[in-house]
Write a protein that binds this ligand. Structure first.
Ligand code: MN
Length: 248
């Protein structure tokens, strides 16, 4: 990790006058909207925001040290440009020696609203996909211990590989699984979700107005664990296109 101490602090008053610091000031940049694939289509789905639910399967909540009782869902976020298509080779992320996989059902919203009832929430769904909520578990553990934000443990570059979207409302039951180099690591069923998709969208919409382009990671079953360099990680949900990425 580079050192950022007072000894290397830039002396801005002197440097600000130098021409090389103004080379990007003349043109307003163009910023691309991140997108994800749609199964059976060449069109791409634009990503507005990424929300994630924590502890939505009781056996995973227990493995993370939380109680099994049903509590209201809690949310965290990743930046929209954390999305990665299936089939990519990814650099092992910096600042971690404990990169974890969490396979999850991802919901994509085609419309939005606030304070929604669960049935109206279901009507907003564009489609669903398999995602991997990549987590720098060592940074998350340190953040939890010091009551600091999770952002850098969850919302880093390329932290959200997502397979192609299937249009329609996701099944409420069916296998959700993850393998590493073909070996089973996570095996669950969507029916084990503590909060279902309709409830998650409805409750999220009381905290923020949800909108078209929003993605929601709906939590992971038990069996999360470390990914080593060179390994191939594959997430699957019955009836959806899988997601697969390999780490350098
Ligand atoms: Mn997760």
């Amino acid at each position: 990790m580079p050192e950022f101490n007072n000894g290397c602090k830039l002396r801005l008053s002197r440097i600000q006058s130098q021409a090389y610091l103004t080379r990007h000031m003349n043109q307003i940049p163009t910023v691309a909207v991140p997108t994800i694939a749609i199964a059976g289509s060449r069109d791409r789905f634009p990503v507005r925001r990424i929300f994630c639910v924590g502890h939505n399967y009781a056996d995973h909540a227990r493995e993370m040290g939380a109680g099994p009782e049903r509590q209201p869902p809690f949310f965290f976020t990743k930046p929209a440009d954390a999305v990665v298509d299936s089939g990519q080779r990814l650099p092992y992320p910096p600042h971690t020696a404990d990169l974890h996989h969490e396979v999850e059902l991802v919901i994509a919203l085609g419309a939005g609203g606030s304070d929604l009832a669960p049935l109206s929430a279901l009507a907003l769904i564009f489609g669903y996909a398999v995602g991997i909520d990549l987590t720098r578990r060592d940074l998350q553990a340190a953040a939890k211990k010091s009551s600091r934000p999770w952002d850098m443990s969850k919302g880093f570059d390329r932290s959200a590989p997502i397979g192609p979207l299937t249009r329609g409302v996701p099944p409420s039951a069916g296998a959700i699984a993850l393998t590493i180099d073909g070996n089973p690591r996570q095996n669950g069923d969507l029916r084990e979700m503590i909060w279902g998709v309709a409830d998650i969208i409805a409750i999220l919409s009381t905290y923020v107005a949800v909108a078209a382009g929003d993605l929601i990671f709906t939590g992971t079953p038990a069996g999360v664990g470390a990914i080593e360099r060179g390994q191939r990680v594959r997430g699957s949900i019955a009836g959806a296109e899988p997601v697969e990425v390999t780490f350098d």
